[in-house]
Design a protein around this ligand. Structure first.
Ligand code: FES
Length: 327
């Protein structure tokens, strides 16, 4: 399996490339579309500069913008179930194109009330898509998420698709018949379902360690088991979960080929420390927990600094979580 991931934009090869960043010479990938004179890209099978020229002609014909916009759907909740004190499982129907665009793991959407201004929207990872229904889990702990569900509101505006919800996504996309350890804490349970659904399709053998985390409740154990995942529920990830992980890493027969951490950054760092202690270096995918406002690489709220001192906008840039400086 590929151990080193080159930095890559998640939107390359998607309908959303070239994006708004190419308009202002801030493309994360193409040196020409960063304003440089020479071509210096890590060829990904597509020339973004060529696409930009082609797209301009295409969009100029019928639109006054040069980049494709994300989809938006005004809909209402078909399911709203309280899981714990501030945690809700929500389902909403969109059209089939929109729903299908969100089936891949790492997908997320922005939600807000249709009548609210745009700055109320907030990102939510997609848990799964069934037919035309999107399922998500929301914690109502900030003003935006609290507002969405206040006064028994049922109306929602969904914007998407966005794709960079997991660092190390290519490892998840490319592994088959592999041995995978999925480590899940708290709200990370929602993306863990979409990750497991994708991995079982390629005959991977998955063991999951699941802890309730801050939300205080495990709500995916049954669904993971139905998918064929071997589930180990633990009361605390810091203690029992990390002990289980350390034992797996120490045993060469049990050692996984890929670790996926779905949960808070503290959990990601705990796993990195455990791998370091055990002297193993295997790929680790990790959920992206950065604060996002625009999702388009524009606002800078999701920026993180890498160990080689690059500032990357994590709503767009795909890389190994271990490249980031610990904050
Ligand atoms: S969320 Fe705005 S730049 Fe990433």
């Amino acid at each position: 399996m590929l151990k080193n991931l080159p930095m890559q934009c998640i939107d390359i090869n998607s309908p959303y490339c070239p994006c708004l960043l190419s308009e202002t010479n801030h493309c994360t990938f193409c040196s020409h579309l960063k304003g440089e004179a020479t071509c210096d890209c890590n060829w990904s099978g597509v020339c973004i500069l060529y696409e930009k020229q082609w797209q301009k002609n295409k969009w100029d014909n019928d639109n006054d913008i040069d980049t494709p916009l994300r989809l938006e759907a005004e809909t209402k909740f078909s399911r709203k179930e309280q899981i714990s004190k501030d945690t809700y499982l929500l389902a909403m129907e969109v059209n089939s194109d929109f729903a299908q665009s969100l089936e891949k793991s790492g997908s997320f959407v922005f939600l807000r009330r249709p009548t609210d201004q745009q700055f109320y929207h907030f990102p939510v990872g997609v848990m799964k898509v069934t037919g035309n229904i999107i399922h998500v889990v929301v914690e109502t702990i900030g003003p935006k998420s609290t507002r969405l569900l206040a006064d028994n509101n049922n109306q929602v505006l969904v914007r998407g698709p966005y794709y960079n919800g997991i660092f190390g996504q290519p490892w998840i996309d490319n592994i088959d018949n592999g041995k995978i350890l999925l480590i899940v804490g708290g709200i990370g349970q929602a993306p863990a379902i979409s990750i497991a659904r994708q991995l079982v399709k390629k005959n991977n053998n998955i063991t999951a360690i699941v802890a309730p985390g801050k939300i205080g409740h495990i709500f995916i154990a049954e669904e993971l088991t139905e998918l064929g995942v071997s589930v180990q529920e633990v009361a605390s990830m810091r203690q029992a979960g990390m002990r289980y992980l350390s034992a797996s890493l120490a045993n060469t027969q049990e050692c996984p080929e890929l670790i996926i951490s779905a949960g808070p950054d503290d959990q990601h760092y705990g796993i990195i420390a455990a791998m370091h202690t055990a002297g193993v270096n295997i790929p680790m995918a990790a959920t992206n927990n950065t604060t996002m406002c625009c999702g388009e690489g524009i606002c800078g709220s999701c920026q993180k600094v890498t160990k080689d001192n690059k500032r990357v906008r994590t709503c767009k840039v795909q890389t190994d979580f271990r490249h980031f400086i610990q904050e």
